[in-house]
Structures are given as C-alpha cells and as structure tokens.
Design a protein around this ligand. Sequence first.
Ligand code: E4P
Length: 220
Amino acid sequence: MQLFLDSAETDEIAYALEYWNIDGITTNPRHVKNSGKAYLTVLEEIADLVKDTETPVSVQVNPRLNDWTRMVDEASRLAEISPNFVIKLAAGEDGFRAVQELTQREIQTNVTLVFSVSQAWHAARNGATYVSPFVGWKENHGDAGVDLIADCAVMLDNFGYPTQIIAAAIRNTRQIGDVALAGAHCVTAAGSVYRDSFRNPYTDMGNKIFGDAWDGTEMD
Ligand code: E4P
C-alpha cells in the first residue's frame, strides 16, 4: 500500500518527502485555504518540491464548476503546471463525463468524495486513475467506511479495472491497518495521523526495559 500525505503545507510535504519516503501527495481546497496562500501559489510550490520525480500530486478543480466542459478546461490548465498533477474531481454525472474526456487526453484523474461502490464503478469505467472513498467521513457518522474499501477492491478486481483505491480521510492508526487489509492501493492522511502511527506505547515501554538493561551491562 502506498503512503500519500494529505496536505497543502509545503514545509510538511518537504519533510515527509525527505524523512518518510512518501509515495504521493493529495490536497484539497480546504487544506489550501488553511495554508493562507493563493491556490495556484501552493500548487506551484508543491510542483517544485516534486520536480524531476514521479510523485503524484492530486489537485482539485473548483467544486463549483458544475459543468463537465468547464471542469475539463480547468483540469487541463492545472495539468499544464506539472506532469505530476493528478486532477481531482468530485464523483457525479459531470465529474464522470470529465474523467472520460481527461482519460482521452491522457490526463490522470482522482475521483474524490466517493461514498458508494457504484460511484467507484462509474469512475473506473471512465478511466479514472484513482478513486478516493472517504473512510473517516463515513465512520464519523456510524457508517462502515472500511467495508467500502473492501467492496471497491472486489469490484475493481472483478472487472480488471486498473483504477487504484486511495483510502482517504483516515483519522487514526487503526484505520491505516484496516484499509491495508481491506485492499486499498494507497492511503492518504494528515501528517499528525502518520506521526501517531509510527509509535506504540509498548515500543516505548520495551525501549525503556532494554535501555535500562543496556545501562546495567558492559559493552566488552
Ligand atoms: C483526500 O484526498 C482528501 O483530501 C481528504 O482525505 C479529505 O478529508 P479530510 O480533510 O476531512 O481529511
């Protein structure tokens, strides 16, 4: 399973590229807004960080564009900024039509805000590179988010679609493990979620036990 960082903070992304060997980056309009910078400024800064690599960066078109031709126009403009950019579009009739067109233009796509197998299927049959089921949003409201990952994985496998699943809106260490077992190809989460997932209180306890033992012995 590939590790994607969900962020629009360039310092955090630079750190994660250097220390965590991340495989990709996902952004969304809310992350960019929180960065306090203009949309294209952030995108250009991220493009610069991944220059000369194949690291995919998902960048979203304006969610207010409700017409597929306008989505395609904006997607094409964003794709010109960097060959690493994967265009994020919301699941929906116009989103799927835009994916069909972008696939023909060989522009990679990530269908976001996926909440059902049907939506993932529409995305896949139109050539989406990725689908992003939002695990955390479902689980926050008592729905089975991880089951959606497993079901999408079966559907993609049934028909041999090359579309990859990005398990998105992941909130904790447990969910990272669960989506890995459910068949997600990639996981995307905030830096704070990954930081928690690196450590475990038992590891800390064990390090103390072994550290104390080390202090009580001689090297040679
Ligand atoms: C994924 O690609 C999304 O950017 C992300 O997971 C959205 O959800 P969140 O911001 O609530 O985590």
